[in-house]
Design a protein around this ligand. Structure first.
Ligand code: ZN
Length: 319
């Protein structure tokens, strides 16, 4: 069947979460502390469910196992990508993720390289991106002494900014920011600092200093971003990042745009507007807040209307 897979995601309540997933995206959220929507996920901690068609009711991880032809008969044991929308009402913890070799060895799952498309940012909001330590000894010293202002590199952000966050990068999303995150399918986070916050039960969240020191890239180095934008009458396209883990593209469509598959499958998240997805003679309405996968059975499609999308596809490790 040449059908898209529209997906229903899983919400995650967080100490730092808010209610913008409802007010901005019209989702029904579990509480006013909702931090994340795992929109396109096959991770065991929150798999998405197929909403339409032949596979309605299956979860994405089930489909990955049962119908590999939909994903181009992949070699990987697990669906490699995870798309989230994050609402940071408060600051997220300062954290770092391992690479694949450390993650697989220590945690039994992939490492996490991620990237952020900033959907909205309050005036004055900032992220933590990288650090100022020059050596691992200096990093350890500043963490032990709690010299956070000296250690952490803060960057002001605005809607439309994009950040590539390779594993080993110390980072934190600041309060007042909403992002669409594309990442490796992993849930391993090493917390460096949590602002000494107290949870409802009176405890502080666990920190992981030894693992953090082991995986942090020192000194920090900004990855080279090479954003490429091209424009036609009906669309603006920007290649945001391409690496062994994922390729991420931004599309702003006003009119009709025809696509031909450049990957076994691709993931789409509509972050603004509405329109239609057309596959042969079938039309599917789509709007802000919808997420879908185009499987390997769909080679050509058209998107029409006024749509702002973030698309991703698996990286090409052997390229
Ligand atoms: Zn992270």
């Amino acid at each position: 069947m040449k059908e898209p897979l529209f997906l229903k995601g899983v919400f995650k309540e967080k100490i730092w979460g808010g209610s913008k997933l409802q007010s901005q995206f019209n989702y029904t959220i579990p509480s006013s502390k909702t931090g994340e929507l795992w929109a396109i996920s096959a991770h065991k901690n929150g798999p998405s469910t197929i909403l339409n068609g032949e596979y309605q009711g299956s979860t994405l991880d089930e489909l990955w196992q049962s119908n590999p032809e939909l994903f181009g008969e992949p070699d990987e044991a697990v669906f490699p990508l995870l798309t989230k929308i994050i609402d940071a009402e408060d600051d997220l913890s300062v954290q770092v993720h391992p690479d694949d070799s450390y993650g697989l060895e220590k945690e039994g799952e992939l490492g996490k390289t991620e990237c952020w498309y900033i959907l909205a940012a309050d005036e004055g909001s900032e992220i933590v991106y990288g650090h100022h330590a020059q050596t691992t000894e200096e990093l350890e010293e500043m963490i032990t002494q709690g010299e956070w202002d000296k250690l952490l590199r803060r960057i002001p952000v605005k809607a439309g900014d994009f950040f590539y966050v390779p594993s080993g990068t110390i980072h934190a999303i600041g309060s007042g920011i909403m992002i669409l995150e594309t990442q490796q399918s992993s849930d391993t986070t090493y917390r460096v600092y949590d602002y000494d916050r107290i949870q409802d039960d009176g405890s502080e969240r666990e920190l992981h200093i030894i693992d953090s020191l082991a995986v942090t890239t020192v000194p920090h180095k900004d990855p080279a971003l090479n954003l490429k934008t091209d424009q036609t009458d009906s669309c603006t396209h920007t290649l945001l990042v391409e690496n062994p883990f994922f390729k991420v593209d931004e599309w702003t469509i006003n009119g009709n745009v025809d696509f031909t598959a450049s990957s076994p499958y691709s993931l789409y998240s509509i972050v603004a507007g509405e329109g239609k997805l057309v596959i042969e003679s079938d039309e599917y309405n789509c709007k802000k807040g919808d997420h879908f996968i185009l499987p390997a059975t769909v080679n050509e499609w058209t998107l029409k209307g006024n749509l702002h999308l973030i698309a991703s596809q698996p990286g090409k490790v052997n390229q």
